[in-house]
Design a protein around this ligand. Structure first.
Ligand code: GDP
Length: 140
């Protein structure tokens, strides 16, 4: 297994309920290191650009509106097998289907307001990290 970096977002439902510390404790306890982090209020254009791969999906407009409905925390997680490990800790997209103990099972409100985002592959991780961070902001 290789050292990897992945983009994580704590979504508006998580910031609204004051869950940023609770959720990040779960990542850190699993051995993922937070090597970059910032709190942002995304514009609609920024959300649309980030989710451009979903532009044809029926839920795209709702998703972009939701992601701009409150602050988010964007961050980079680093560790062994970080991309898959992050997604395992997050759980399935729909909190109703997420395995017990995962972040989405514990905190997700709906299939849309599911508390966290995580890159799904090395190529998307590279695009998503560069979307929010420059190289000098990644402090491993
Ligand atoms: P992820 O990789 O598990 O985040 O899932 P996807 O890449 O398939 O979807 C991206 C995000 O779009 C999800 O995390 C949800 O916030 C949202 N989403 C996915 N499916 C649906 C849906 O059926 N309805 C709505 N409203 N949002 C959805």
């Amino acid at each position: 297994m290789a050292e990897e970096r992945t983009l994580s977002i704590l979504k508006p439902d998580a910031t609204r309920r004051g869950l940023t510390g609770t959720i990040n404790a779960q990542f850190e306890e699993a051995g993922l290191r937070i090597i970059a982090q910032k709190r942002l209020r995304l514009t609609l254009k920024q959300a649309q650009g980030f989710y451009a791969v979903h532009a044809e999906r029926a839920f795209y407009d709702d998703l972009c509106a939701y992601m701009t409905s409150g602050p988010v925390v964007v961050q980079v997680l680093e560790g062994e097998d970080a991309i898959a490990k992050n997604r395992e800790i997050m759980g399935a997209t729909n909190p109703k289907n997420a395995a017990e103990g995962t972040i989405r099972a514990k905190h997700g409100e709906s299939v849309e307001a599911n508390s966290v985002h995580g890159s799904d592959a090395p190529e998307t991780a590279a695009f998503e990290i560069a979307y929010f961070f420059s190289a000098i902001e990644l402090v491993g």
